[in-house]
Design a protein around this ligand. Structure first.
Ligand SMILES: Cc1cc2nc3c(=O)[nH]c(=O)nc-3n(C[C@H](O)[C@H](O)[C@H](O)COP(=O)(O)O)c2cc1C
Length: 214
C-alpha cells in the first residue's frame, strides 16, 4: 500500500459533520499503520493529558486512550495520582494526539468525569495480573524509597492465587469534549486547522465548524 507521507489538505466541505466521526476516521488511519508496517510499537492511542491546579499551574503526561464514543474519551489511572488530585480540584483538561506518520495532531479540550465503579471493575478484570498487581500496590506519584521491594511485592501478588480486587483509588475517567482541533501538516504549503466547537450542551449537540489560521 502507498505510504501516506503527503496527505491531502483538509477541506471544510470534506470534514465529517461531527468531531467523533472525524476523530474515528483519523484514528483508524493511524491504527492501520500497525497492520501496514507491522509496527507494533506505534501507539496511536497514546495521548497527552494536561491538567492544571486551581491556581493554573499546568502539568502533562501520556496516558492510553482505551475507547472513545460520542460520550467522550476514556482512560484509566490512579485517582490519587498528581493528575487525579488536580482533576478533583479542577476537572477542565486537555488531550493531545500527535500522529507523526501522518503529520497530524488532534487537540481536545473538555471536562473529565469519573466513570462508574462497575465500569472500572469490568475493565480492571480484563487487565493482565501483573498490571492489576501494580495498580493495586502503586501509590502513583508519591515518593518511593525502595523500588526493588516494590517490584518484589508486585511479582508475589501477580504470581499468587488470590484474586486481585480493583483498589478504590484506581479507575476510569471520561473526557467530555467541548472543543476539537484537527491539524494537518503538509510539505510546501501552509498547514490546515479545522475547529469543532460545541454550540449547545442540552438537547441535540451542535458543532460549530470553522477554519483558523495556521
Ligand atoms: C506510552 C505511555 C502510556 C501510559 N499510559 C498510562 C495510562 O494509561 N494511565 C496512567 O495512569 N499512566 C500512564 N502512563 C504513565 C503516565 O505518563 C504518568 O507517568 C503517570 O500516570 C503519573 O502521572 P501523574 O504523576 O502526573 O499523575 C503512560 C506513559 C506512557 C509513556
Amino acid at each position: 500500500m502507498r505510504r501516506d507521507y503527503s496527505p491531502q489538505p483538509l477541506d471544510l466541505e470534506n470534514m465529517l459533520s461531527d468531531p467523533f466521526s472525524q476523530f474515528g476516521e483519523w484514528f483508524s488511519h493511524e491504527e492501520s499503520f500497525i497492520n501496514r508496517d507491522g509496527d507494533l510499537s506505534y501507539e496511536a492511542n497514546a495521548m497527552v493529558l494536561s491538567t492544571a491546579t486551581p491556581s493554573g499551574m499546568p502539568s502533562s503526561r501520556v496516558v492510553l486512550l482505551k475507547s472513545y464514543s460520542p460520550e467522550g474519551f476514556l482512560f484509566f489511572t490512579n485517582y490519587e495520582s498528581k493528575k487525579g488530585i488536580e482533576i478533583a480540584q479542577n476537572n477542565r483538561v486537555a488531550l493531545l494526539f500527535f500522529w507523526q506518520k501522518s503529520m497530524r495532531q488532534v487537540r481536545i479540550e473538555g471536562v473529565a468525569q469519573k466513570i462508574s465503579e462497575e465500569d472500572s471493575d469490568k475493565y480492571f478484570k480484563t487487565r493482565p495480573r501483573e498490571s492489576q498487581a501494580s495498580s493495586s500496590l502503586s501509590q502513583q506519584s508519591r515518593p518511593l524509597s525502595d523500588k526493588a521491594q516494590f517490584d518484589k511485592i508486585i511479582k508475589n501478588l501477580a504470581e499468587s492465587n488470590s484474586e486481585i480486587i480493583r483498589p478504590a483509588n484506581w479507575g476510569g475517567y471520561i473526557v467530555i469534549p467541548q472543543y476539537f482541533e484537527f491539524w494537518q501538516g503538509g510539505s510546501g504549503r501552509s498547514h490546515d486547522r479545522i475547529i469543532f466547537k460545541r454550540a449547545s450542551t442540552s438537547g441535540d449537540t451542535l458543532w460549530e465548524i470553522y477554519r483558523i489560521y495556521p
